[in-house]
Design a protein around this ligand. Structure first.
Ligand code: PMP
Length: 455
């Protein structure tokens, strides 16, 4: 049973699910993806919950796609958006408007320091994480005069030409796109160690291999390294603590800057720090943000040092909606809620309880091969054989379906789509965590029972 929740969804009297599906199939590009065998229609959201057209409530353990950081339609954010939309909905950066620098100032107050204590306080706003990563690459190339960019295998950085190139999953790469100057190094994915070694006796061979990538695949000089401190789409891959220090040192020795892609891991989601890269004790030159920054507004940003930001004055670089007042209002209100409501602490406490519970489920269910992640950025990798680590792709799809029937929305990811991603709005309660654990337990039991009976 879902925990009690004091919200009455509005009666829905719009087009039926079948009508919406038919319209979508007729007019929307078929490349637009839907989860689930029967696509789920969502008509209302309230905090950590979503409602379908029948009024059925779901715990959203995927937060959109790790986007709704403080809750669907959070009252403070919704009020700020409404107020701004009714006052000034659009102004480009060729004019001054007050919300943009106010938000940039607030964001700067949340940034860690860059290399050698240099402030990271200059922000360029874009509309999506892809654009923001694209811009980070451009800045790094301009700042260093170098071309080569290094990413991590199993990483995801977007769908624009360079970011699709940086993304390292064949499933996301379109055959016609092959941008130059991009190389990939090992991600620190211990569960599937490419050397079949174990931490710590491996001596971080995977991280050290970046020196070989630089030597063999670049002229020895690079523009930057881009990495998600905890891989999101790749399935909550959390490398050992010293991983990024080793990679950053090698990249800096080759003249490159270091970019932390905090699109999924930022804004307190890991619980222990505001930024996921802080877990590794590293200081990036550029931080890329999107998703949780605006609780669902089309808003993204790159924040960097004054010196790196100055590269953007070489030419005109302009985007029509970047810094849009409504997005800025949403971002500002979101950061205020994160501060005011102890959101990061909640991510630490509830995330800790979830991880503990998932580890207990691993002892009970052979299907669970690995449980990993930090705070409310967790991954559960399913395998049909614990020794061979065979990806349980079908079982992962079945788990999602069974959980949906019971009012639980999970995410999935990883190269084989066999990792459940648990990244709910960070306002999730302990009761929600217990419901999630009980539901996953029940569903895995059903899947295992079915497998035993060969049906
Ligand atoms: N970086 C990361 C880590 C992401 O997870 C994503 C989106 N899944 C992106 C970049 C791209 O963001 P967007 O979809 O807003 O372009």
């Amino acid at each position: 049973e879902l925990p009690q929740f004091d919200h009455q969804p509005r009666p829905y009297d719009g087009p039926s699910r079948e009508e919406v599906l038919a319209l979508r199939q007729r007019y929307v590009n078929p490349g637009v993806l839907t989860y689930y065998r029967e696509p789920l229609m969502i008509v209302e959201g309230a905090m950590q919950y979503l409602y379908d057209e029948t009024g059925k409530r779901y715990l959203d353990a995927f937060a959109g796609i790790v986007t709704v950081s403080v809750g669907h339609c959070h009252p403070h954010v919704a009020a700020a958006v409404k107020e701004q939309a009714g006052t000034l909905q659009h102004a480009t950066t060729i004019y001054l408007h007050p919300t943009l620098p106010r938000f940039a100032e607030k964001l700067a107050s949340k940034m860690p320091t860059g290399p050698n204590g240099t402030p990271l306080d200059r922000t360029y706003f874009t509309n999506s994480g892809s654009e923001a990563n694209e811009l980070a690459v451009l800045m790094a190339r301009e700042a260093t005069g170098n071309q080569h960019v290094i990413g991590l295998r199993n990483g995801y950085h977007g769908g624009t030409p360079n970011t699709m190139g940086l993304t390292a999953h064949g499933t996301w790469k379109f055959p016609s796109n092959a941008p130059g100057g991009i190389a990939h190094t090992h991600p620190g994915y211990c569960y599937r160690c490419p050397y079949d070694l174990a931490y710590p006796s491996c001596e971080m061979k995977c991280a050290k291999d970046v020196a070989n990538v630089i030597a063999y695949e670049t002229p020895g000089q690079v523009a930057c390294f881009i990495g998600e401190p905890i891989q999101g789409v790749g399935g909550a891959v959390l490398p050992p603590k010293e991983f990024f220090g080793i990679v950053y040192d090698a990249v800096r020795a080759a003249g490159g800057l270091c970019v932390a892609d905090e699109v999924q891991g930022g804004f307190g989601r890991t619980g222990e720090h505001y930024w996921s890269h802080q877990h590794f004790g590293v200081q990036p030159d550029l931080v890329v943000m999107a998703k949780g920054i605006g609780n669902g507004a089309p808003l993204a940003a790159v924040t960097t040092t004054e010196a790196t930001a100055a590269t953007m004055t070489k030419r005109i670089h302009f985007n029509t909606y970047g810094g849009n007042p409504v997005s800025m209002a949403s971002g500002l209100a979101t950061l205020e809620v994160i501060d005011a409501e102890g959101i990061q602490e909640n991510a630490r406490v509830v995330g800790g309880r979830l991880k503990e519970g998932l580890l207990e489920l691993r002892d009970k269910h052979d299907l669970i091969g690995d449980v990993r992640g930090l705070g409310l950025m967790l991954g559960v990798e399913l395998v049909t054989d614990r020794v061979a680590k065979t990806p349980a792709k079908q079982e992962a799809a079945d788990l999602m379906e069974l959980a949906k029937e019971r009012g639980l929305i999970l995410g999935k990811g990883g190269l084989h789509g066999n990792t459940m991603r648990i990244k709910p709005p960070m306002c999730i309660s302990k009761d929600d965590a217990d419901f999630l654990l009980a539901t996953v337990d029940e569903c895995l039991g059903i899947i295992e029972e079915k497998a035993r009976h060969g049906s």
